[in-house]
Every structure is written in C-alpha cells, then in structure tokens.
Design a protein around this ligand. Structure first.
Ligand code: 2HG
Ligand code: ZN
Length: 459
C-alpha cells in the first residue's frame, strides 16, 4: 500500500493549486516567509519547514482538504494554537499544516443540557470571555489560554491546574465532529447524556493527537460560574509538607480546585525574568498555589489551613489572584528564555511525588552535573514538569533517565502534554506491548495510508 511521504516541490505546487480551489487563494500559504511561524514551536525545540499551510473555513472544506492530501499522499499535520510542547502539531520539513484557526464559531448555549457547540479554532480565552457574562464557566484552564484552541486541547486531552477537581478535556467533551483520514465526517454533537451504543469514539478521538481524525467542532460541558474565588500562595518547608497540606485540603475543603507547586530555584528565575518582588520576607524550599472557587465565599472552609503552612498570602480579587498565579504560570516562558529546555511532563502516584523529586535530582546530576533543573507542576495530580536547561537539545540521555525513573515509580511518561514527536521512543516504558499493538491496529484501521500526523504518538 502507498503511504504518505514528503512532497517534492512540483507535487506541492500541484496540491496547492487544488487546495486553493477548495479554501480560496488567501487560505493556502506556500511562501516560506509566511509559513515559517507555523513551523517553529514555542519551546524552540521543534522546527520544520512546511510545504504548505492550508486553513479551511468549515468542516466541508476540512473534509475536501483531507481528501486531496490523502490522494496526493501528502502527510497532514493538524494544528490549533500551536502552543503544544511535544511537537505534536509542529510540521517536519515538507509536511502540510492543516490549521484549524478559522473555525471560530460559538453556537448558542444549550442551557438545559449545560452544553455548547464550538468550532475547533476557538481559543480557551475567547471561550472563557464568551461564558462569563452568561454566568457560566468551562472547567479546564491553563496558562496557555490565550493561544491554545479548544480543538487542540481536545486532540491532546489537555489537563491544566484544575484537573485534580474537574478532570482533563476528555471529561468535559460531550461529543466531537471530526474528519477521518478518508475525508468522511464523523459527527457526535447531539450531546446525549446517555447514549450506550458501543465504542466511545469521542473518547477515542480526544487525546489521539491528530492521528485518527481532525476535530472540527466540539460539544463542551459548561458549569455555573463560581464567582467567589480565593487564591493562596504558601511557603512550605518540603514537598512532604506540601502533601500534608494537600491531604488537609482534599479532606476538608470541597471548594479546592487547584494545588500547584514550584521551588525556590524556579521562583528565583521567574523573579529575574519578570522583575517581580519576593512574595515573602524569607525563602522557602517549596511554594504552593492553592485555588478555591465557590458560589459562596470559600474563605470559611480555609480556616485551619494557615496553621499548617509556614507562610501564606491570599487574594480574592481578579488582579491580586492573577498576580499570585503569575509566579507559577510564568515558569514556562521563563524556562524558554534560558535556552532550549528538555521538557518532561510526567506523572507519578501523588504520594510518590516527594520521592520522585529527590531521585530525579540524582538521576539528572549523574548525567550532567551542570544541568539546571526547574521543577514544578500540579501537586493534586502527581503531575511534575521536569524542565532541564543546559544539555544540548539533541542529547537525550537526561530525558531517558528521567522517564525510566518515572516508569520505575509506576508513573506515566506523559501526564498532560501528550507524546507528540518528543516521546514516541519511550512509549513502551509505561504502555504495555498489547496496548501499543491495539493502538497500532486502531491507527491502521482508521488511517491505513498514514496521512494524519504520521510519526506522532506511536513509535
Ligand atoms: C504548565 O503547567 C504547563 O505550566 C507547561 O503545562 C509546563 O512548562 C512546562 O513544562
Ligand atoms: Zn501543566
């Protein structure tokens, strides 16, 4: 069987002509000066020169584009806000980028079902802005909200800080519409709360990283806005101490929805990068950002918390809360400002996080004693973001050692960013041979020619 392969310039020109007939002249880019930004990712690690960038305006156009690319055996890379961290949406040289950013429709809210149908290209921030005046909210949130699209977040099953309470994207997607590799459209947007008729195709497409279909529209759950919010930045003496705080919050504070952590080394870098003041008079080894949200003021539930943390500041106004989150959410951009990082988004059982934090230092130092570790993440999910700066980007010894440690602690080599191009070679560390075989068979059944996001997710 013929499989997708990189396009020669002449074939790319022919395909471009065909695609222009589908989406209009201005929506197919081939000039490298215009396509470049679609090829460089935020981390600086993944760079490709796409043959073409095509931006359809609706599902029918996406279907026609997929069909044309399949006929030309052109590898197609679906791309949303291009804010991913594992190269899943970044083209390699000669691949075709299918940008979903023009799919920005938001349909009227179905109030009785508490669901909304949105286009894949709506950004998380635009969706949040749409919902707020309606007294509603979406329960997945993360620092990349201004760029990340809802379609991309579904394709990668994004998590974020509130996942400990509300789950990841898969929990908030009631249905999807997607174009399959043969150009057919699979549509499950009815939003039936109960529909027990076989395989969960929505759940399969969510988190499939563009390898099984191109998500064009989504049916999302929404919840009543909880307008009363308190954010607390706390200093604690260790990650073990942080777990004691988490245990208290989990057992006594129903309104808690996020417990993130970072360390003094990361705080120092963020403060240097953004010229921010120190949050406390003294330094702490570990910091927590705790967020509670409710219809009524969650402050009463937090009585007793201050007794178990060494130091804390709280804010309940939007600007004050944003200011406290800034110390945590700016870590990502701060790390990137230091060089091309090794970014390892991993999870371990929550109770094993302190042990992982200790051992990961040794593992990294054994490979490169000069490497700088910036360690942070989502405590409530056992999700650590191991960021390492110093070692050359193509020196993967640190990545390998960290991921092997994760596997030895019964963790996952990807918690919330996905596998993309970055981690395919290590998938078997935390997915069994029968699991990988089943995934391969699903991929072969749905995309026999390997047109959709080839080389991502599976080795
Ligand atoms: C976060 O939690 C994002 O800030 C990015 O998932 C994580 O910078 C990272 O590695
Ligand atoms: Zn994260």
């Amino acid at each position: 069987m013929c499989r997708a392969h990189l396009l020669e310039p002449a074939a790319a020109e022919l395909l471009a002509t065909e695609l222009r007939q589908i989406v209009g002249d201005g929506n197919v880019l081939s000039d490298p000066a215009l396509t470049a930004s679609f090829g460089h990712d935020l981390t600086g690690r993944f760079n490709g020169r796409p043959a073409l960038v095509v931006s359809p305006g609706d599902t029918a156009e996406v279907a026609a584009v997929v069909q044309a690319c399949a006929a030309a055996q052109a590898p197609l890379v679906p791309q949303g806000g291009h804010s991913g961290m594992v190269g899943g949406g970044t083209p390699r040289d000669g691949e075709v980028v299918l940008s979903l950013r023009r799919l920005t429709a938001i349909e009227p809210v179905d109030r009785v079902a508490a669901q909304v149908t949105v286009g894949a290209g709506v950004t998380l921030e635009a969706f949040q802005r749409f919902l707020r005046p309606l007294d509603l909210e979406f329960l997945v949130d993360h620092g990349g909200r201004s760029a990340a699209t809802l379609g991309g977040m579904a394709a990668t099953n994004a998590g974020g800080s509130q996942a400990m309470r509300h789950g990841m994207m898969r929990d908030q997607v009631a249905g999807v519409e997607a174009v399959l590799a043969d150009g057919s459209v699979l549509s499950r947007l009815r939003g039936l709360a109960k529909d027990n008729t076989g395989y969960d195709l929505t759940g399969l497409l969510v988190g499939s990283e563009g390898t099984l279909g191109v998500i064009t529209r989504l049916r999302l759950r929404v919840a009543p806005l909880r307008p009363k919010r308190v954010t607390i930045l706390a200093g604690v003496e260790s990650l073990d101490g942080a777990l004691a705080v988490l245990e208290l919050l989990q057992s006594r504070v129903p309104s808690v929805q996020a417990v993130d952590f970072f360390e003094q080394a990361g705080l120092r870098r963020v403060r240097e990068h953004l010229q921010l003041p120190a949050p406390f008079e003294r330094e702490y080894p570990t910091y927590l950002v705790i967020e509670c949200a409710g219809r009524t003021d969650p402050a009463d539930e937090l009585d007793g918390l201050l007794a178990v943390v060494a130091d804390a500041v709280a804010a309940d106004d939007p600007e004050g809360r944003r200011g406290l989150w800034r110390y945590r959410e700016a870590l990502n951009e701060t790390v990137t400002s230091l060089g091309i990082p090794h970014k390892l988004d991993v999870s371990v059982p929550v109770a094993s996080l302190p042990r992982f934090a200790r051992e990961v230092r040794d593992v990294i130092a054994a490979v490169d004693s000069e490497a700088e570790l910036i360690f942070y993440g989502h405590l409530g999910d056992g999700n650590a973001h191991v960021n390492v700066v110093g070692p050359a980007p193509d020196d993967l010894r640190i990545d390998e050692a960290v991921l092997e440690l994760v596997a030895s602690l019964d963790g996952s080599i990807s918690a919330e960013h996905g596998v993309g191009l970055a981690k395919t070679q290590w998938l078997s560390l935390t997915r069994s041979a029968p699991e990988i075989r089943a995934m391969r068979e699903i991929k072969a059944a749905l995309d026999p020619r390997g047109v959709l996001n080839p080389g991502r997710l599976m080795p």
